[in-house]
Design a protein around this ligand. Structure first.
Ligand code: PHE
Length: 431
């Protein structure tokens, strides 16, 4: 939850894109993403495999489990905040392009230049200036600039990460922002949002921002937490046990995570906080205070429906999808595994390229790109440095499993061989 990103005013996007060329056929050194061409450079690390997920929009497919969770959350927010005639206060943006600038993903959210979440080994960069958004918060600034006060941002997000049952490089988030004026916050004219004479500078503690009055922060915190506990109860039931944990995000202060007790585990389901006032003022918003939250859809859907593996969300198999065909999005569904096919494990050892330019995440990407979604897990089982030559070698244990059929060792060997060839191509020497 601590890896974050930012946006640009979408109205003026094309004029601001230095590395953006045109809608014409991509040149050799260009990548075409959702109809726009981008120049490659030394930052480019998106793979064709990852690009193939762009525009799939599974979270919008009517009966997809992620779509059911999305609709339940949107309905809850619509119902919780209504205008006097009963119509919803919040606007929903669920078709924003996942290709964002580094300014949108990071700078506009006050993420420091040296913050680890910016690193090439954590993000899918299109080039130095553009990347696949790593969180929906990347769109906060552009929507604030557009003058919105209450809005939800929903879509696919992209992060380079380990491979296991709960991590996949593409997942889905819902982010929310709610701004309030002094009159919307207080019943009495005597109170104010801002502390007389204080500025927006950072203080490092979990406490309030210096510029805010304690009354304003406490009322916002109360509404935020009430809203989110209400959401957790709507999804998981009134009996759900929960707890608040103090955390740090660059774009909110104070900040919290909500954890719910599920299946004998404390599970973190969302991050939230009082928005940094500097983000509001940079976006031209004055005289308002805001709260924001962000949550991941996969984790919630995996718990609600007892879906054991995150790759299932990408299944086209009707054995999976048909279990979520329902006329009532609130109905209780428990996923029944179509069958459990056996795993197959193979090891791969190689000397790392000697230029030192290799991270485990590079290997995970290669395995993902050529592994045809058969790669269920990868574990680094040996990291060896030769005492004399200083050369390093890694050994990875790759667990293969097909979601829909039993794999033979011969099937696996073919794929394993392909991964082996692919690591040779990046300068590794297979042992
Ligand atoms: N962007 C954060 C994440 O990806 C979640 C978040 C959103 C936290 C808004 C605080 C406020 O984990």
């Amino acid at each position: 939850m601590y890896k974050m990103l930012k946006i640009r005013n979408f109205l003026g996007r094309s004029s601001q894109l230095r590395s953006f060329t045109s809608q014409s056929k991509p040149q050799l050194n260009e990548i075409s993403l959702l109809g726009q061409n981008f120049a490659r450079d030394d930052y480019t690390n998106i793979t064709d495999k990852i690009c193939s997920y762009l525009g799939m929009n599974i979270y919008l497919d009517q009966n997809h489990p992620l779509s059911l969770v999305r609709q339940r959350i949107v309905n809850y927010v619509y119902k919780t905040f209504t205008k006097s005639r009963g119509n919803p206060v919040f606007s929903v943006f669920d078709r924003l392009s996942p290709v964002v600038s580094t300014n949108q993903n990071f700078d506009s959210l006050l993420i420091p230049k040296d913050h680890p979440s910016r690193s090439k080994s954590d993000c899918y960069y299109v080039n130095r200036d553009y990347l696949l958004r790593a969180h929906m918060t990347a769109h906060q600034n552009e929507l604030l600039r557009a003058g919105l006060n209450n809005f939800l941002m929903i879509g696919d997000v992209y992060r380079r990460d380990e491979i296991d049952r709960t991590h996949f490089p593409v997942f889905h988030q819902i982010d929310a922002v709610r701004l309030k004026t002094k009159d919307e916050l207080f019943e009495t004219k005597a109170l104010s949002i801002f502390e007389e004479g204080a500025n927006e500078a950072f203080t490092s503690d979990q406490g309030k921002q210096a510029c805010h009055s304690l009354e304003a922060v406490k009322l916002m915190e109360y509404e935020l937490k009430e809203t989110l506990v209400g959401l957790a109860k709507t999804l998981f039931g009134d009996e759900i046990q929960y707890r608040w944990v103090d955390v740090y995000f660059p774009f909110t202060q104070p900040s919290w995570e909500l954890e719910v007790h599920y299946d004998n585990n404390w599970m973190e389901i969302l991050g939230c906080g009082i928005m940094q006032q500097r983000i509001l003022s940079n976006a031209g918003v004055t005289e308002k205070i805001g709260w924001a939250f962000g949550l991941g859809l996969e984790r919630i859907a995996m718990c609600l429906y007892q879906i054991p593996d995150i790759r299932l969300f990408w299944s086209k198999d009707t054995g999976f999808l048909n279990q979520f065909k329902t006329a009532d999005i609130n109905s209780k569904i428990t996923y029944i595994p179509v069958s459990q096919y056996p795993q197959c494990k193979n090891d791969l050892s190689f000397w790392l390229p000697e230029n030192g330019d290799f991270s485990s995440n590079d290997f995970y990407d290669i395995a993902r790109s050529v592994g045809e979604d058969l790669v269920e897990q990868i574990e680094l089982v040996d990291d060896f440095k030769h005492p004399k030559t200083g050369k390093r070698s890694h050994c990875y244990r790759i667990t293969y499993r097909h979601m829909e059929k039993t794999l033979t060792q011969a099937d696996v060997n073919l794929v394993h061989k392909k991964i082996e060839e692919a690591v040779k191509n990046v300068g590794a020497v297979v042992r």
